[in-house]
Write a protein that binds this ligand. Sequence first.
Ligand code: PMT
Length: 371
Amino acid sequence: MAPEVHDHTGSEVDGASEYFKNNPDPKQLSKHESLAKEFIQYHLETDSERRIAIVTSGGTTVPLERQTVRFIDNFSAGTRGATSAEYFLQAGYAVIFLHRQFSLLPYSRHYSHSTNCFLDFMDESSDGRVLVAEEYQSKMRRVLKQYQHAKSNRLLLLLPYTTVTEYLFELRSLAQLMHPVGERALFYLAAAVSDFFIPLDRMEEHKIQSRGGGKGQGSSTKLVIDLDPIPKFLKTLVDNWAPKGSMVVSFKLETDPDLLVSKAQQSLHRYQHDLVIGNLLTTRKWEVVFITRHDEHWIRVPKARRSKSFSGVADMVGLADTKREPEQPDLEGGTVTEGMEIEALIIPELKHIHDEVIAERRSNGGALISN
Ligand code: PMT
């Protein structure tokens, strides 16, 4: 079980603590804590300079019943998190991947879901053996090598959760277990976390009946759901859970371009962490904005390298940019090749910022600096 968070007077410090008191530990928590402890210890012992990224990924569910049949969910498939984890591994980080169960995973994401079904990549040879079809050989070899490298060097730990409560318990434990990693720890909070939940004491035990049976629902066919806010845990993470000197990167998701930058700036100001990466639902695969205390910096996939996206709206690219900087011209020729993943641009830039943060925090003797 995770240790309690206390301030210097020994009393509990935040709204998040109430939340933890009122909700039971997830069943998997102690097993996950042992796995994470072992993983962190292994990297501390084998490479004193190894950086470890906690990548959170996917949606969180909000159960409506204790014996859960129905739940509230959100859109996130975990593409951002799974893709980013691969680029973190490529950049030399070890990664603890805290993900919504059954959302996309690093490496296997290339061959899952109906758009990329692994069976479509296979063929049968004349002697009845199953093979990878010729045209997919080189990409599959590349992905397989990267996967095997991560696996054989114990660089990737996969930890699943389902509900928002499980997510919060797991994140708190991981942050506390990361203390010995200090400024080499990086938190990359890409999961789409619910802001609302039903407290346990108001939650039905059994399946809510559609007619007549639901407690408090009378014979009505309407279902009225009364949700409480979940305390924003980002401040608690920054102030109390995460190792001092570690780098915390959160995401801000909006749908209205006029709000994105100001909301991301507010979030940075309120939670006092290192970086907010802002994204719009409709353009998130092609552009993001890095918000630090002094800067609004847009990262965009060059036009000719933008992959097609069902949910994307190409005309919205640039609309949230408060500086209205003109798009960078495309690289020579502008030939459409394999679509570029924006995480291929985000993670190297983040690593560069992390280099600077580490250097500065070390030269300050571990003291926190402002951006
Ligand atoms: O998975 P994909 O389909 O690829 O989509 C990726 C993504 C759009 C989900 C991802 O890029 C992203 O933006 N993730 C964060 C979404 C989100 O929760 O945004 P928000 O604006 O609601 O929350 C902002 C921050 O507050 C988040 O860092 C979150 O961790 C934090 N938060 C949220 C809820 C809560 N109760 N407490 C918090 O501290």
